[in-house]
Design a protein around this ligand. Structure first.
Ligand code: NAI
Length: 575
């Protein structure tokens, strides 16, 4: 019998599952109802009510999970705004885990933006005011020696996935200190709902290194470390201690890093990625899912990636992450690393990035800086910059990727100039929310006479042009990271390699019916659970092929399916 860890549960309510999938517990009465892992509300059977001391604590009618899901959705649906919906789901998560995950997995498209994305920012802003039941592990830079202790309160056992944040760069709101634990919790909920990662085998972690947000430091209700962010050696030692402790306690866990400032995120990734199984969704997930859209696009237009000329507008975390992933794929298609990076032109605030800007370039941009001589004779603006229009005019790109947050940055003139030189311009306007997108699908289709192959960062409705309906794929990381993690977990991967990202991206693209005119470049979010299973099998295969798997497979697809946790009530008996 395998001991399962339930993070942050009192020992009396630890769940053990026997070979028939039945749970045993020493808890009785209210302690059962107060345990989100055990609680079934009105769905406890008469037999369970007798055995667990629940008689009199519940209305007499015995309900079903299905009827509870229907009722919960009605309650959710009548809430007035995204924040109330987020709080409702989080409260349900704290009350009845199976019901929460069943509801969430049946409404993924609608609820992912509520559990994560921009709504989580609203929830985090309210975190220390709302201050609901704590979930996860809080680690303080001021007590780095207590890290091991903090995890021992979770209990020994197998953990598959740990999502950690230091809350410095939360999507849409920046530095939000300790409340950013909600990001780790939301992300893990998506892993479970979208890919069946067992919620009893995950831990959300907050690495509290302080906050630089004055309003929090001066707020008497703030519950995190009340000092400025600690930088340098002490911060790095804190991260290193965390990594050492969790890799020793949970040697098979995948460590995911979320919402770190780009400098720290990149350094952590580079320090550890060749040694342990780690993943940064902001840096690697966006690149991989955009690669999936790019693979679909080149399948439609018939020109391989290695022959594309790529202009990236907005050379920040997402823009360069995407360039890195596509560049790596060009190398696997036969280009040298140098030739591959020469197929990219990056435009940021200071215009085209060139080698003479050395002092102004961020580390991750350096690889893509163009030789200064190339653009010497090109038109320069008032600040001596070469702007996007001039770059498109000169380079004649076949692929244009926007991650700049500049609304309308892809103007009609820019798009028409691009479309004049390429039969199927590939244009991804990824900035979120849609009010910041570089262009709308309707405009892109109109300006290119329906020839553009489009993907967007936010959901977009279909566009009909001259009798063809174009379905617009959303570059949503959630299409990729749950399956990637499941594949890594099922295979016991010792690292996440570039080959595993490439396999994940190809698997996502393989689900697209590209021969159909106007077809989306990415699968639909409603199919997320099956997309995740497909991605997981491809990732596990890649791990085996690269010698990174620690598990032997007889039937990868079946083993992936078997590994997926299902949101169903198990029979509970008294221990
Ligand atoms: P970031 O801040 O790291 O990068 C933005 C870059 O755009 C910076 O380098 C900035 O200097 C540049 N920029 C700003 N104004 C500009 C201008 N006028 N001209 C050219 N460049 C300009 O932010 P990050 O994380 O890379 O995100 C960028 C955008 O991409 C956001 O809107 C984000 O929501 C979106 N995004 C979409 C994803 C998806 O669709 N799956 C995933 C990640 C990000």
């Amino acid at each position: 019998m395998r001991q399962r860890v339930i993070p942050l549960l009192a020992s009396t309510t630890k769940r053990r599952q026997n070979s028939e999938g039945c749970c045993e517990t020493k808890a009785r009465g209210l302690a059962v109802l107060n345990s989100p892992q055990l609680n079934k509300g009105t769905a406890f059977t008469s037999e369970e009510r007798n055995a667990l001391g629940l008689n009199g604590l519940l209305p007499s009618d015995v309900g079903t999970l299905e009827s509870q899901v229907t009722r919960a959705y009605i309650q959710y649906d009548r809430l007035p705004d995204a924040l109330s919906k987020n709080i409702f789901l989080s409260t349900l998560h704290d009350r009845n885990e199976v019901l929460f995950f069943r509801l969430f997995s049946e409404h993924l498209r609608e609820m992912i933006p509520i559990v994560n994305d921009l709504t989580v920012g609203l929830a985090i802003e309210q975190y220390h005011h709302e201050c609901r039941r704590p979930r996860g592990v809080y680690l303080s830079i001021d007590h780095a020696g207590a890290i091991e202790d903090a995890f021992s309160s979770v209990g020994p056992g197998d953990i598959d996935l740990i999502v950690a944040t230091d809350g410095e760069q939360v999507l849409g709101i920046g530095d939000w200190g300790v409340g950013a634990i909600e990001v780790s919790i939301g992300k893990l909920a998506i892993y479970t709902a979208a890919a069946g990662i067992d919620p009893a085998r995950v831990i959300p972690v907050m690495l509290d290194a302080g906050t630089n947000r004055e309003s929090l430091l001066n707020d008497p209700t703030y519950i995190g470390n009340r000092h400025a962010r600690i930088r340098g050696e002490r911060y790095e030692a804190f991260i290193d201690t965390y990594v050492k402790v969790v890799t020793r306690l949970f040697p098979h866990a995948l460590l995911q890093w979320e919402d770190f400032a780009p400098g720290n995120g990149r350094r952590i990734l580079e320090t550890y990625r060749d040694r342990i199984c780690i993943f940064n969704d902001d840096m690697q997930g966006t690149g991989a899912i955009t690669l999936a859209a790019a693979i679909s696009a080149v399948r439609v237009c018939g020109t391989p990636l290695r022959n594309q000329r790529v202009v990236v507008f907005g050379a920040g975390t997402a823009g360069i992450g995407i360039a890195d992933r596509i560049c790596h794929t060009m190398v696997t298609e036969g280009l040298s690393r140098e030739d591959a990076s020469r197929r990219f032109w990056c435009v940021d605030r200071q215009g085209l990035l060139t080698t003479d800007m050395a002092g102004q370039l961020r580390d991750h941009q350096v690889t893509y800086a163009r030789p200064t001589a190339e653009s010497k004779a090109w038109k320069h603006g008032a600040a001596n910059e070469v702007d996007l229009a001039e770059v498109v005019h000169r380079v004649k790109p076949t692929m244009l990727i926007g991650a700049s947050t500049v609304a309308g940055g892809f103007t009609e003139a820019v798009v028409k100039e691009m479309a004049a030189h390429t039969e199927r311009p590939i244009i991804f306007a990824l900035s979120n929310p849609s009010s910041r997108a570089e262009a709308t699908p309707t405009d892109l289709i109109a300006w290119t006479g329906g020839r553009a192959l489009i993907a967007t960062g936010s959901p977009s409705g279909p566009v009909t042009h001259k009798g063809v309906t174009y379905v617009i794929g959303q570059v949503n990381n959630a299409m990729l990271y749950p399956g990637l993690a499941l594949g890594a977990i099922v295979s016991g991967a010792s690292r996440i390699s570039s080959g595993m990202f490439a396999a994940a991206a190809s698997a996502v693209s393989s689900l697209v019916a590209i021969r159909q005119p106007g077809a989306s470049l990415l699968p639909h979010i409603d199919d997320l659970r099956s997309v995740s299973a497909t991605v997981a099998a491809a990732v596990a295969e890649a791990a085996v092929a690269e010698g990174l798997a620690r598990v032997k497979f007889d039937d990868i697809i079946q083993q992936v399916q078997d590994a997926m946790w299902q949101p169903e009530y198990r029979r509970i008996q008294a221990a």
